[in-house]
Design a protein around this ligand. Structure first.
Ligand code: FMN
Length: 269
């Protein structure tokens, strides 16, 4: 890890959450690269020590990060991973209240070997299409890849495994041929995806976003999925009926992420 003495509190918090996330996923992944994660563990310990030295406050996200050290250390060599199986029928009682849906949605990386009916997929995509888009362009396209039940595998929380075992993968792309702005495509697909994953949770389904962007080869997308190269694939989302009940990665406090600017005059932009 680079020298952390020059980074500020905001950057340090980001690094702590990132390293803790890597350990968290490792506790759910069977074939993890232990030396790489040991190095994340060392980094995280160093960062938390520096956090304490600087007397920074102990928010819920920092407490959560400290707990990841304990769970990773306890489980790293075990075959049995830290997956919390939901009680049967649990997803039937999900509150549809918007704040509950927002707070209770979790990234799900284990799904039952059960297909998702097309009419449900259509309902989720319809919810996505109600998201706002810059200039109302609605430039997104949703490419849905379904897995037959007999090919659904029991895997782990790594991205390749998730792609292989997810009942459904949806690639979300934006047609940017007519764009003059740089960021609308990523924002528009992001808003659409947020609608989609919240709607999925409200219907008892679980999702995991998998960033694509510059990681995907447009030529391969065209070859394998017939996605034209002008369609920029920003993200994929895997979808299915949850077979885990993940813990909530604790969030930062509102005061930590907010600056009320008060009654400041508007500059002439
Ligand atoms: C743009 C984006 C890309 C993500 N990519 C991945 C990914 O590649 N693999 C993964 O397991 N999770 C991925 N996630 C899920 C995050 O790890 C997850 O949202 C985060 O840990 C917080 O957990 P929560 O969604 O349960 O609140 C991604 C999330 C976002 C927003």
């Amino acid at each position: 890890m680079e020298n952390i003495s020059n980074i500020d509190r905001i950057q340090m918090g980001q690094l702590i959450r990132f390293k803790a996330h890597m350990l968290d996923v490792a506790t759910k992944t069977i074939n993890i690269d232990i030396p790489a994660r040991e190095s994340d563990l060392e980094d995280l310990e160093q960062l938390l020590k520096e956090w304490d030295n600087r007397d920074y406050p102990e928010g819920p996200d920092i407490i959560w990060a400290r707990q990841r050290i304990r769970s990773f250390s306890a489980i790293k060599h075990e075959d049995k991973k830290a997956i919390f199986i939901p009680p049967s029928g649990g997803s039937a009682n999900i509150s549809q209240d918007v704040f509950s849906v927002i707070k209770n949605r979790r990234t799900v990386r284990y799904w039952k070997k059960k297909s998702v009916p097309r009419d449900i997929i259509r309902r989720l995509i319809e919810a996505a299409t109600y998201a706002p888009t810059a200039f109302n362009r609605m430039e997104w396209r949703f490419y849905v890849a379904e897995t037959p039940p007999e090919s659904m595998e029991t895997g782990d929380a790594s991205n390749p495994s998730m792609f292989a075992k997810a009942p459904v993968r949806i690639f979300v792309a934006a047609d940017e041929r007519l764009f003059f702005e740089k960021y609308s495509g990523s924002l528009d697909t992001g808003f659409a995806l947020q609608n989609l994953i919240l709607a999925a949770h409200a219907l008892g389904l679980g999702t995991c976003l998998i960033y694509q962007g510059e990681f995907v080869d447009p030529e391969l997308m065209e070859k394998y999925y017939n996605i034209p190269s002008y369609m920029k694939v920003y993200c994929a989302v895997t979808l299915g009926y949850p077979d885990e009940d993940p813990e909530t990665p604790a969030r930062m406090k509102v005061e930590e992420v907010t600056e009320f600017l008060g009654e400041v005059p508007n500059p002439d932009f």
